[in-house]
Design a binder for this molecule. Structure first.
Ligand code: ACO
Length: 372
């Protein structure tokens, strides 16, 4: 029997991140995710995932300076964005834009490790600009250029909402990016590594990863979890809603995980953030609904929440449109994807699993007129 989900297959050695699915633990380069969520900025985590060391102050300043200088969209992207804003879904826009960004990258087809690192940092730097620009255009608002004085997360809120964000909100958003930044050999990272393993380019690998993340069984689940919470409407409805869904053999989005058999440690952090944020914004109903869902899904099906459940609750209260939630996941995971692509290049073998043939054998070609 094939291992269809490849759950037992170890396809790479990595120094980037590690999971203990039974204990519900996640580490980036040896640092516990709870510790990083508490203390680290997203920029520090970008550095950590790419260098497997936390940066010194000087190293962080250098990284910030480079990324701030790379936030602007290239002219080609600026030209196609109005069409994408009218006609493409947010994740399709992102996939197309990353693919299109390759045409203007100053490092072109230079595949030296230094050039790949710069390409990675440029991509990470530009994604918030793409998402914010797309959102402003499709809602008929003026595009807000990046603010070089603001860090990554705060600058995103600035470009999206057109005003300087509350520092506490910016910190919450930053922490969601820390939590979403990497997660070992998940489906989209595996996709990126497979593409990189053919020695295809960084942009192709990340374009593929975005296409993979889009699916509702992967990154698309945060949007589905939000829609579910809106359908539930109030905490008292959660039990009946879940029972009806399970009765119809429908999945409860934001629950279950291919690796964790307990609470996803990112969900633990996000649950707390959702409640604190809700209290601060006087909008606690979403934290209440998601917590009611957690309780009843465990009672009825024995499933734990994954990262996407409470991320949806946090993003909603921060004023993020539901269909931008998966793009925000991509914004953060860009750090991990690009680090994995570089790690794959550094110790490469083409990834090529086998398959079990179950079709007919020994057939002989028949001319077309004799078939039927
Ligand atoms: N709701 C209802 N039942 C579920 C759920 C769920 N969310 N998750 C798993 N199950 C059930 C399945 O129906 C199946 O039951 P059965 O044995 O009676 O048929 C059993 O649990 C095993 O399910 P699989 O889908 O085989 O579990 P797997 O480990 O392969 O899947 C996955 C993991 C895809 C995440 C799954 O739990 C799921 O679809 N969850 C909902 C979507 C989601 O939240 N995705 C985000 C995951 S995290 C991330 O990608 C960032």
């Amino acid at each position: 029997m094939p291992d269809k989900g490849l759950r037992e297959i170890v396809a790479a050695s990595t120094k980037i991140s590690d999971i203990d699915g039974e204990k519900g633990r996640l580490w980036y380069a040896g640092y516990d995710i709870a510790d990083l969520a508490q203390h680290a900025s997203f920029e520090e985590v970008i550095y950590l995932l790419h260098h497997t060391e936390l940066p010194t102050r000087t190293q962080l300043e250098e990284l910030n300076e480079f990324m701030v200088g790379e936030r602007e969209m290239n002219p080609f992207l600026a030209k196609i964005m109005p069409t994408l804003a009218q006609q493409a879904s947010p994740m399709s826009m992102l996939r197309t834009s990353v693919s299109a960004a390759s045409a203007y990258d100053p490092d072109g087809w230079d595949d030296s490790p230094e050039a790949e690192y710069r390409k990675a940092m440029r991509l990470i730097a530009k994604i918030p600009t793409l998402i914010a620009c797309y959102q402003r255009l499709r809602t008929g608002q003026e595009v807000v250029p990046p603010n070089p004085k603001l860090p990554h997360a705060a600058n995103f809120l600035w470009m999206l909402q057109g005003e300087e964000p509350d520092p506490a909100d910016a910190r919450v958003l930053d922490t969601t990016f820390v939590l979403y930044a990497d997660h070992t050999m998940n489906a989209s990272t595996f996709t990126a590594r497979i593409i990189a393993s053919t020695l295809s380019d960084m942009f192709s690998a990340i374009t593929g990863a975005i296409g993979c993340l889009k699916g509702p069984l992967h990154g698309g689940a945060n949007e589905e979890a939000m829609k579910m919470a809106e359908e539930v409407g109030k905490p008292e409805n959660a039990a009946a809603y879940v029972a009806a869904r399970l009765e119809r053999h429908q999945k409860i989005m934001g629950f279950g995980h291919a690796v964790y058999t307990t609470m996803d440690p990112r969900a633990t952090e996000l649950k707390q953030l959702a409640r604190e944020l809700g209290e601060r914004h006087d909008d606690i109903v979403w934290a209440d609904i998601f917590e009611a869902l957690q309780e009843t899904v465990f009672e009825q099906k024995g499933l734990w929440p994954n990262v996407d459940l409470y991320a949806a609750g946090v993003y909603h209260v921060l004023g993020i449109a539901t269909d931008l939630m998966t793009p925000l996941f991509a914004l953060a995971r860009m750090a991990g994807w690009t680090a994995h692509v570089r790690e794959q290049y550094a110790d490469n073998k083409v990834i090529r699993p086998g398959s079990e043939y179950v079709g007919p054998t020994g057939r002989v070609y028949e001319p077309i007129d004799q078939r039927g």
